[in-house]
Write a protein that binds this ligand. Structure first.
Ligand code: FPP
Length: 247
């Protein structure tokens, strides 16, 4: 029985989020520059997106560039932005072939114009696809997102568009950049680090966390299957007792 066959497609996580980590260390192990790892990470992105879409996962969010990543050496930031443009351009066909819609969350205004243009074109071109949504978190951090949401809410309250008494969890979700996207049920982080790194802090309140020692450029379809199989073995109680969970 293959790993894929062990997955119960009736109980898939609807939304999987991934912290793609370890590109730099993967490159260092091969005595190559960090960007070599990022380039190889693109293959993992393609494989993971295909595997998730084939299984029937509806949303896949990838942490591609954090707000904090802007402080990396200038040459690496430039190379990553260039790689993003090339990848989005080249992989739009993969998105079409797999009926995948591209979305992006984050402080997109900070992206170089050419990156933003390429991204917006691909988002527009794939807007009609409905098998799966692939969401790139770019220039994203959760604290930035929550701060921005509070600023927007305060502004709306001042202008009389929002009644402070109406503020509840659903309304807060509406002010986040992930508005309309269900919360991830499974969060995967590669490279053996056990951190969340300012990623989707509000949205992962009840997500199952899965850590693998593999570096991102080595992550393949089988690794996604393993994570989902592990997820399906877990009992998700949402604060209740085992007995209260209807099996
Ligand atoms: C983390 O590894 C990876 C990144 C900051 C960039 C991820 C980008 C890609 C995989 C390429 C393009 C992606 C898309 C979605 C088009 P790291 O550099 O932090 O590795 P390290 O922890 O070993 O240094």
């Amino acid at each position: 029985m293959s790993l894929k066959d062990k997955i119960d497609t009736e109980r898939l996580p609807e939304h999987i989020a991934i912290i793609m980590d370890g590109n730099g260390r993967w490159a260092r192990q091969r005595s190559r520059p960090r960007v070599f790892g990022h380039r190889h990470g693109v293959t993992s992105v393609r494989e993971t997106a295909e595997a998730a879409a084939e299984l029937g996962v509806k949303y896949l969010t990838l942490y591609a560039f954090s707000t904090e990543n802007w402080s990396r050496p200038r040459a690496e930031v430039t190379a990553l932005m260039k790689l993003l443009v090339q990848t989005i351009h080249k992989e739009t066909k993969t998105l079409h072939d797999n009926n995948i819609r591209l979305l992006a969350v984050g402080n997109l205004e900070n992206l170089p114009k050419v990156t933003l243009d390429e991204l917006q074109d691909a988002i527009k071109e794939t807007a009609h696809h409905d098998r799966m949504s692939m969401i790139l978190a770019l220039s994203y951090s959760s604290r930035w997102e929550i701060t921005r949401a509070i600023q927007e809410m305060t502004k709306d309250a001042k202008q009389g568009k929002l009644d402070p008494d109406q503020v509840n969890e659903n309304l807060i979700s509406e002010y986040l950049t992930t508005k309309g996207i269900p919360d991830p049920e499974l969060l995967i982080r590669t490279s053996g680090e056990y951190r969340i790194s300012n990623f989707l802090l509000w949205q992962i309140a009840y997500a199952e966390l899965y850590f693998t020692p593999k570096f991102w450029p080595d992550f393949r379809k089988e690794d996604l299957y393993e994570a989902i199989i592990d997820f399906q073995k877990r009992e998700r109680r949402f604060g209740k007792t085992s007995e209260q969970i209807v099996k």
